[in-house]
Design a protein around this ligand. Structure first.
Ligand code: HH2
Length: 259
């Protein structure tokens, strides 16, 4: 379980909640106690419509949180910026979670390769500001799988050990409700790439929209938990979630039945 702590004013799911470093630190510690294997700290929202954040602002948000947690809490850094990743790794972050799949900052691959950190490669069509305007695919699962395969080859060519890379279909990143659920339904097709699969469906708007609110910007907890259990059943091994305790409870039951 990958617990999410967004140190941002504008994240769709927890924007403003952890903007004070003390709140973010407390939230991360609670997630660890509730059973998170690692906590993903992010200082830039990538919700639909979001604008980028300058480097100094992103560092100002995440560095105090990472400093306070380093050594106590296993850390992931949710960033597309090489300099943020470099600082986070120096403070002990073990995983770099890059929503651009190494297509953003050209320096990021070498930062990951030289440090030996783990890497999460995520699929996104377009960029956050415009990605939900008109997402389209020939076949969303085939397209996402070939993208992730190509990005995995790129990462390895850049010197990142293949065993250190996990892949993520990027739920909600340039995808309609139907695309997101098709990806979940056929998630097992991504196992062909031979890497652990990360799924982040937690609180995403597609859940609220599936439940009948066409304007929903988030999804409710029960729907998030159901999506996580479904993702697990289809082959996800790492679930990126905000409500760690509830997800751990549900997954404990599911794994006991399916083990
Ligand atoms: N989703 C978000 C951000 N980072 N990383 C991975 N690997 N997979 C995801 O699905 C993913 C991600 C968006 O969710 P959240 O962090 O809650 O919101 P925001 O980007 O607005 O901070």
């Amino acid at each position: 379980m990958l617990g999410v702590v967004n140190v941002t004013p504008d994240s769709f799911s927890d924007g403003g909640l952890h903007l004070a470093a003390g709140d973010a630190i407390a939230a991360a510690r609670r997630m660890l106690a509730a059973g998170a294997a690692i906590v993903d700290v992010g200082g830039e929202s990538t919700r639909p419509g979001a604008e980028g954040v300058p480097l100094d602002e992103e560092l100002r948000r995440v560095v105090p949180v990472l400093e306070a947690l380093a050594g106590d809490v296993p850390l992931s850094i949710d960033t597309a910026k090489a300099e943020v990743a470099r600082r986070a790794i120096a403070l002990g972050a073990e995983l770099v979670n890059d929503v651009t799949g190494l297509r953003g900052d050209p320096e990021l691959a070498s930062v990951v390769a030289e440090s030996g950190a783990y890497l999460c490669l995520m699929h996104m069509q377009g960029e956050p500001r415009t990605m939900q305007l008109d997402p389209s695919y020939v076949d969303v699962v085939d397209d996402v799988r070939s993208f992730l395969g190509e990005r995995l080859s790129f990462a390895v060519a850049e010197g990142i050990a293949e065993q250190r890379v996990c892949i993520d279909p990027g739920i909600g990143f340039g995808k309609t409700v139907e695309h997101n659920f098709e990806l979940l339904r056929r998630l097992d097709e991504l196992t062909e790439l031979g890497r652990p699969i990360v799924v982040g469906f937690s609180r995403k708007r597609s859940l609220g929209r599936l439940l009948g609110d066409p304007e929903a910007t988030t999804g409710p907890l029960a729907a998030s938990v159901a999506a996580a259990v479904a993702a697990y059943a289809r082959g996800a091994t790492i679930l990126r979630v905000h409500d760690v305790e509830e997800h751990v409870q549900a997954l404990t039951v599911a794994r006991t039945v399916w083990a």
